[in-house]
Design a protein. Structure first.
Length: 673
């Protein structure tokens, strides 16, 4: 019997597990063609008479995945990986019965973890990264003879492993029998063989079972199933052949290894910070993240593709249509869950989902982004949380946010349906995009916040940041939606009595004012707006917008002449509960007298731009006194004050307008010790 034989060949296209506890095609619970009891039933650690009588006739390469051990007789061997140190019998095809003990592999495990950047994982099992060699020590019951002894390490993943699908991988010690995973003997010492194993750089990511298979006179024999020999294989941003390779050590350290982060929120001219504990290396987190892929029944063969993994995960992080991890809630009523503002880390959320198998309540955009960040970093995909200030929510495929005014220039809130979020958080993950033309790899936008459906599920991305910047919205996935979030125009429309809308003013710079993420290695912020868009008004920006329209994005084409009166509202810093003054600045560019009939609307809005209630609507003067009692009773969680001033110039009938979002600062808390 050998590995080239048709009866027990590693070149077979299938190596599926059968339902019996045996590794051959027999009706009895035995690893041979004999009907007598075998070692798995008598628990001997050597070849007993009832086992050694089996012949080397037909023997498949099937073995049981549900059993705690594989059926083996005189072909037992012991493998030692991770920090396991098991003791079992081993023999080769020419050895007599006997047993040996595998030596401690703690030093080998420590070396593997250090070289594979997995020392921070709070988990006993071996954790390595694909495309990079790791070491396994195998202890036999006598010295290994390369010329005579034939063995292989087998790695299997999933419930029905097959060689052709990459879910069953034999690794041989000799250079003439290499597969997609490379194997070599690094050292032999007495009965111990140290092998170097290099998983393919595109192999499936997940938890593998490992077996040692040897050739005996009675066929191929495998070690029993042993949980301590299981190992995890992750994406590898340090390996040049891996699609998630990131050739910047500072970025890798930040976007893969860093467990604490900062998430930005507030308003673009009043930016606040939230600290977050991603905790991707905490105990149980790796299993919890892999469970997310199991829960959605993602095909095991797709789990080596970072594009497919991130797209599936963006759907599974929300619970809108697939019982995913987080339940969204923007109502302000969190009586049956945890308020989004109360979360400070991802560990409790992911472990709760893993243990209960039920969605966790509640989340808003930054919670979705933070938990998604943990998932990505845990699996080895470089990622970061990004905040876009003044983020448009495009739900009809156009690049404009419409504000409806009546004939007198007053805002018509009953007909103004579009909203602009004060800020919105999403994720960027780093990967090659082999499904796109060259130049569109690198940072990709993925978003787990359920806003719109994509291919039938609430998800978004991955969308190439380079494609978004250059208006190439034809490339998958969801590039038009993300493009609109940073490039929409704000269009003021006057509604006539017959219901027609006439655009009277277009603000092309309000949306996507600034895009921020944490700077690697310190606590400062990095402005990455230029990675999403060219400077406002530049020739490159015009070219990009024309290209986006060509690919189907609808944009306001009219360009109303600007009014000769300009209206501004200066930036304010307001502490909650205080009165404040709101100044309106009218600038007359005509050189003639101008009279403006203006109206101001003040509303309490959620950070998503949705109006909670209006507390002010009147004809203003140049200076308005806003008393705290007028707005305090209307406040909601994370609320802001949104002022919109509109008016008509009597002499020219031109429309003037201005918008200002005022973020209310919490009162200072001073603790004296």
């Amino acid at each position: 019997s050998n590995y080239n034989s048709t009866s027990s060949s590693y070149n077979s296209t299938s190596s599926s597990y059968n339902s019996s506890d045996c590794s051959s095609s027999t009706s009895s619970n035995c690893s041979s063609s004999s009907s007598s009891s075998c070692c798995s039933s008598c628990n001997c650690s050597s070849s007993c008479s009832s086992c050694s009588s089996s012949s080397s006739s037909s023997s498949s390469s099937n073995y049981d995945s549900t059993s705690s051990s594989t059926s083996s007789s005189s072909g037992n061997s012991s493998s030692s990986s991770g920090n396991s140190s098991s003791s079992c019998s081993s023999s080769s095809s020419s050895s007599s019965s006997g047993s040996s003990s595998s030596g401690s592999s703690s030093s080998s495990d420590e070396s593997n973890r250090r070289l594979h950047h997995t020392t921070l994982f709070n988990l006993d099992s071996l954790i390595v990264r694909r495309g990079q060699e790791f070491q396994v020590k195998i202890t036999f019951n006598r010295p290994y003879k390369p010329a005579e002894d034939k063995f292989a390490l087998e790695f299997v993943i999933g419930s029905s492993p097959q060689y052709s699908k990459g879910t069953y991988i034999p690794v041989f010690p000799t250079p003439d029998r290499q597969t997609s995973w490379a194997g070599r003997v690094l050292e032999t010492s007495n009965n111990v063989v140290t092998m170097g194993i290099t998983p393919a750089a595109n192999c499936i990511v997940g938890k593998y079972h490992m077996y040692v298979a040897i050739v005996t006179p009675y066929g191929i024999r495998r070690t029993r199933r042993d949980d301590s020999r299981d190992l995890y294989i992750l994406f590898n941003p340090w390996a040049a052949d891996d699609e998630v390779f990131l050739d910047d050590e500072t970025e890798r350290e930040e976007c893969v290894m860093t467990e604490l982060g900062i998430i930005y929120h507030g308003s673009y001219d009043d930016i606040a910070e939230r600290t977050w504990n991603y905790g991707q290396f905490n105990h149980g987190m790796l299993d919890a993240c892999l469970y997310i892929l199991d829960r959605c029944q993602m095909p095991i063969t797709n789990r080596g593709d970072p594009v497919k993994v991130t797209r599936q995960a963006s759907a599974m992080l929300n619970s809108r249509d697939d019982e995913g991890v987080l339940v969204g809630n923007w109502s302000g009523n969190y009586v049956d869950g945890v308020a989004p503002t109360s979360w400070t880390g991802s560990t409790d959320i992911l472990l709760s989902y893993y243990r209960s198998r039920q969605p966790v309540a509640y989340a808003q955009c930054w919670v979705y982004a933070a938990v998604f960040n943990t998932f990505l970093r845990c699996l080895g995909i470089p990622s970061r949380v990004v905040t876009n200030f003044f983020s448009a929510h495009d739900n009809d495929g156009n690049l404009k946010t419409d504000i409806i005014l009546d004939e007198n220039g007053r805002i018509d809130r009953s007909r103004t349906r579009d909203s602009i979020w004060n800020y919105h958080c999403w994720n960027e993950c780093y990967m090659a995009r082999q499904d796109l033309p060259p130049g569109f790899g690198g940072w990709q936008v993925v978003d787990a916040t359920p806003q719109e459906t994509s291919d039938g599920l609430y998800r978004c991305g991955p969308a190439s940041v380079q494609a978004i910047k250059h208006g190439q919205t034809c490339y998958p996935y969801d590039a038009p939606f993300v493009f609109a979030e940073v490039n929409s125009d704000v269009v003021f429309n006057v509604r006539s009595k017959d219901g027609t809308l006439e655009p009277v003013k277009v603000n092309r710079t309000h949306v996507g004012r600034v895009v921020l993420t944490k700077n690697p290695g310190d606590l400062t912020r990095r402005d990455i707006t230029d990675q999403y868009k060219f400077p406002e008004g530049s020739p490159e920006e015009r070219t990009v917008l024309e290209k986006a329209v060509k690919y189907g994005c609808k944009r306001e084409q009219s360009n109303p002449s600007p009014a000769d009166v300009e209206l501004n509202m200066p930036t304010l810093e307001v502490t909650m509960g205080e009165d404040f003054e709101l100044t309106l600045e009218f600038v007359n560019h005509s050189g003639e007298t101008r009279t403006v009939d203006a109206y101001i609307s003040g509303s309490v809005v959620y950070y998503t731009g949705v109006t909670s209630s209006e507390f002010l609507f009147r004809t203003p003067t140049e200076l308005l006194d806003i008393e705290a009692r007028t707005y305090m009773r209307h406040l909601v969680e994370q609320s802001n004050l949104n002022f919109i001033v509109t008016g008509k110039v009597e002499e020219t009938e031109q429309i003037v307008s201005a918008m200002k979002v005022v973020t209310l600062r919490n009162p200072r808390l001073i603790i004296e010790v």
